[in-house]
Design a protein around this ligand. Structure first.
Ligand SMILES: Cc1ncc(COP(=O)(O)O)c(C=O)c1O
Length: 438
């Protein structure tokens, strides 16, 4: 593709970027290369590859041709310099953090993020000596929490599950003022609805398990970097000082704009080992091909569901960033002009018991721990994805006991509404309806 002559649109790139037809076989799909290792041309080439003097495929823990095709497509869609695929979204976050921070360092994260990320940062990484301050994800609050040893800011484009939209440009300005990168988890938005790098973000992480794959079949993650951040400025010694793990290589000096991606892949991924399997990369490529179409349909159905819930007497409140009066309304208009995603949260009148009754009465909506599937899913965050959080962390994340999270799928909207209506009636009939207690 000659991008210099013509600038291709998102749908075209989702289909073609990184995955041209195979010149040997003519196959139009990327071959699934299930090979652990790759034959060296010579002793000299093997030495060059292992010492990072040349770039190539050594072993599938660090790189694999099918995984590389998927990485190239994702980097292209996010507008980044490159990507590293990981075994899960959690692994993408871990590798992002360990590529720039070590014991004694500090991060600032929004408190309105996925519960698993909160515990990863507040328990596991803290045990490893990397502390995180959780604050409201506004530029002002995050600026105040920055310390001398802060190495990055972390937010979600659309917070899980609150739907809080991040002020990406404001946050990028705060991060850059402090000489640190802005890491954005873009799982809920996907690059079709928002490309945070265009708004100043430096590192993007994804749970590719969700919309990117889109069919609820795999667990996968992705880490993308803009290539714009100056890793040699001295704030991140892991990148600017000699590494004992490669005979004193200095990543920022040797790899310039590729410093972060090279360290993430060749040092952190090498040692952590949370790589994406080629088979899952292959499935992810299939999912990415239709991302634009699916996101359009998720958004259309979510709008319909949010409107239906707003007008239902059994519903205490509805949160979807596009609804007038939602605290993120203005930010959604600015950063998510194509739509605010496929997640709608709401409170069932009658609080937690009513929410539980409602979920049990649904037929079409699957009660399971995932989102971004083609099928519609429902969950009670306080007792599942965010159940490890303490009460004050739940409150900071905007999670109430009556909150139900809907991941609106691609079914006929009339059928989704039919099922919601039935389940709301069942919650009311069970006598748990009434004034919201959540
Ligand atoms: C916003 C967000 N980020 C990261 C993750 C973790 O991803 P994974 O389950 O692929 O490890 C999740 C999982 O629900 C999520 O919702």
């Amino acid at each position: 593709m000659t991008q210099n002559e013509h600038s291709f649109g998102f749908r075209t790139r989702a289909l073609h970027a990184g995955t041209p037809p195979n010149p040997l076989s003519g196959a139009s799909t990327v071959p699934l290369e299930l090979s652990t290792g790759f034959v060296f041309e010579s002793i000299e080439q093997a030495k060059e590859l292992f010492s990072l003097r040349s770039y190539g495929t050594i072993y599938s823990r660090m790189s694999n041709p099918t995984v590389a095709a998927c990485e190239e497509k994702m980097a292209n869609l996010e507008g980044g310099l490159g990507a590293v695929a990981t075994s899960s979204g959690q692994a993408a976050q871990l590798i992002a953090v360990l590529s720039l921070a070590q014991a004694g360092d500090h991060l600032v994260a929004s408190s309105q993020i996925y519960g698993g990320t909160v515990t990863q940062l507040s328990v596991s990484l803290r045990r490893m000596g990397i502390a995180t301050a959780f604050v409201p994800g506004t530029p002002e609050a995050m600026r105040k929490a920055i310390r001398q040893n802060t190495k990055a800011l972390f937010v979600e484009t659309i917070g899980n599950p609150s739907g809080t939209v991040a002020d990406l440009e404001g946050l990028a300005a705060v991060a850059h003022e402090a000489g640190v990168p802005l890491i954005v988890d873009n799982t809920f938005a996907t690059p079709y609805l928002c490309r945070p790098i265009e708004h100043g973000a430096d590192i993007i992480v994804h749970s590719a398990t969700k919309y990117l794959c889109g069919h609820g079949t795999i667990v996968a993650g992705m880490l993308i970097e803009s290539g714009r951040f100056d890793w040699g400025a001295g704030k991140h010694p892991l990148l600017s000082e000699p590494s004992p793990s490669y005979h004193g290589i200095c990543f920022s000096e040797t790899f310039d704009e590729y410093a972060f991606l090279t360290r993430a892949r060749m040092e952190v991924m090498r040692d952590v080992g949370a790589c994406l399997s080629p088979f899952n990369a292959w499935l992810l490529i299939q999912g990415l091909e239709t991302l634009a179409l699916r996101m359009e349909a998720h958004v259309a159905n979510a709008r319909r569901i949010a409107g239906f819930l707003q007008s239902h007497p059994g519903v205490a409140w509805v949160a979807y960033p596009e609804l007038p009066g939602n605290p993120s309304y203005d930010l959604a208009r600015r950063y998510l002009p194509r739509g605010a995603g496929g997640v709608v949260t709401f409170g069932v009148r009658g609080g937690r018991p009513a929410a539980e009754k409602f979920i049990e009465a649904l037929e079409l909506w699957s009660h399971l721990a995932n989102m971004g599937d083609a099928k519609s899913l429902v969950l009670h965050p306080a007792s599942t994805t965010h159940s490890q959080l303490r009460d004050e962390e739940l409150a900071a994340a905007g999670i109430t006991p009556d909150m139900v999270r809907l991941s609106v799928g691609l079914e006929d909207p009339e059928d989704l509404v039919w099922d919601l209506e039935r389940a709301l009636a069942a919650a009311e009939a069970a006598g748990v309806g009434g004034a919201a207690t959540g």
